[in-house]
Each structure stands twice: as C-alpha cells, then as structure tokens.
Design a protein around this ligand. Sequence first.
Ligand code: SF4
Length: 335
Amino acid sequence: MYAYDLAPAIAEIRRTGAQRVGLETPDGLKRLAPDAARKIEEETGAGVVVSGESCWGACDTNVKLWEQVDLLVHLGHAPMLARERMVFVPVRMEVDPLPVVEKALARIPGRRVVLLSTVQHLHKMGEVEALLRARGKEPLYGPDGGRVKAPGQMLGCDFRAARADGDALLYVGSGDFHPLGAAMGTRKPVVVADPVTGQVRVVTAEGLLEERRRVLKRAAGARRWGILVSPKPGQARGGLARKLAEEAARKGWETQTVFMDEVAPSKVDNFGFDAWVNTACPRLALDDAHRFEKPMLTPQEFEVLLGLRKWEEYVFDEISGHYDIGKGENGKEEP
Ligand code: SF4
C-alpha cells in the first residue's frame, strides 16, 4: 500500500560520494526501513545504518545519527528542516480516495470546499479536485509555506491549510489526529473521508475544548511549574519557554525549565511539580494529557492562567516557523 521514490536520495548519495548513510523512518513505517536500506546499498555501494529511535515527524530527525554519517535519508515525511546532508523521501499511500469522497459529499455543506490532507495522500488531491468539480463543488486550498510544503498539507501542529474562506473543510486521510487539530485551529467542523477504512465522519473541537477547560481548572492553584523544552530540531522553543518563565516570575510562581527529548510519563512524573507547560510538540499536552499524573498545559493555556489571555481567546498551539539544529524559529538562536 505504501510507495516511495528513493531516486533523489540515491542521486544525492552519488553526487556527494557519501559512504556512510543514515536512514530514519517514523515509528509506523519502521518496517519499510530494511528494504529501503538494502536498495540504497545495492544502488550506491554506501553502507546504511538504520535509526532505531522513535521519530514522530519531520521535526524529529535523529541528530546524533546525522552527525555520524555523511548523509541522512528521512523516509516518511515531506521536508521541514532546511539542512545540508539530509534528504527527505515522502511515503505515499496508494489507495483510491474517490469512493469515500463520493460518500462524503452528502455531509459537505455549501459549494466551496477547503481540501486538507497529509503527505501520504496529497498526490491524489488532483483526482479529488476533479471529482468535486464534477459534483458542482469548488475545491480550494488555504495558504502553504514555512513548514508546510504543499497546498492542502497539514501537520499536527500547523493548520494554516485549513484557514481558507470556504463553506466546508474536507480532510482526506486516516485518524483523528490531523482533523481534530484543524477543528481546534479553526473552530469549524471537519468532514473526514478516510480512504483506508472507507468511513466518513465529522470531527469537531467541542469535546477537546471542554476537556482542556477541565485541565485548566485542575492546574489553577499550581505554583511550582515545570516548563518542558525539546531538543528535537523542529520543536525547540527555548525562547518561548524563557518568556513564559519570566511572565510566571512576575506572578511569583516558581518555574524550572526541563530539557527532555522523548517525553514519557515515567520521566515527567518523577519531578513532582504541581503542573507542566509544554513547549515541545503541541500535541503532547492535548492528545497525551491523560498519560501524565499532573496537568500539562500548552503555552497559550498557561497564558490564560497567568491572566494574559481570556479563555474566550483560546488558540491552538501551533509551530509554524522554520527550524534547524541549534537555531530557534526562523533561524533565531536558541540557548
Ligand atoms: S511538532 Fe508534533 S505535530 Fe508538529 S510535526 Fe512534529 S511531531 Fe508532528
């Protein structure tokens, strides 16, 4: 069901004469790694070392492996980080979305339909557009740019693609992770057409917003805060963490910045803080909240408790800038 084209990576290995090549894949695609490694070795004569570490996105490249090899191939996502000696090879899903989009038409209000997807299905959007037009709809795309490389592409932390002036949002893809983010980011319902399961459903933000309100209530009164900062190259928001710590200090609240790569309950819960603010992957505080003993807030939720923002001004935590190793958003230095 998965397809990918190693030709650009092989061309780059040949062009640069790379002898040691690293290969990383997201966890869900680890099974593709041995085959891809063998193909690269056969085609180029280079030796390939496969990363066994978790990889949650293009933001999460294995920096240690990258430092030890001549070139790192990231198999799975579209490029996010502007970096030398690294090639991103997106993995596509070869599954026909048209039957489920046809089925979804009855749930799509209005004429102007904002198309959303992920890198696995983007190559099929031309066919989806043609079908929508044939059914009297007008497909359109929100803006791309920054970490988002193609029209309609969403990341779990970047929903600019959903911010277009349409009558409805249509997500073509699997799971609730991306459509829930789009719903939180726009406060609009998202019609999901899942080409893998053939199911159509509508995802809204209300349930998660209610849950976040409860988490905020639990965190109110906390005075000793941990502020999580990630070393992952596309999640490193040390500057934001510093700003939040300064604001908290003005209120007399105690904070401690904690640098953590893989954020796991066993590591987080050991610290004994009253609550946490998360500046790493925005989805940790939202989708994984139930895994942590103490409340974990997004930076914007923390601002609500600090009195810097009203609950009515709630915004989803998004990371939209360019990142690179040792640099902050859009190239600004991080500590
Ligand atoms: S920061 Fe989180 S949501 Fe954003 S790309 Fe990385 S893993 Fe995905």
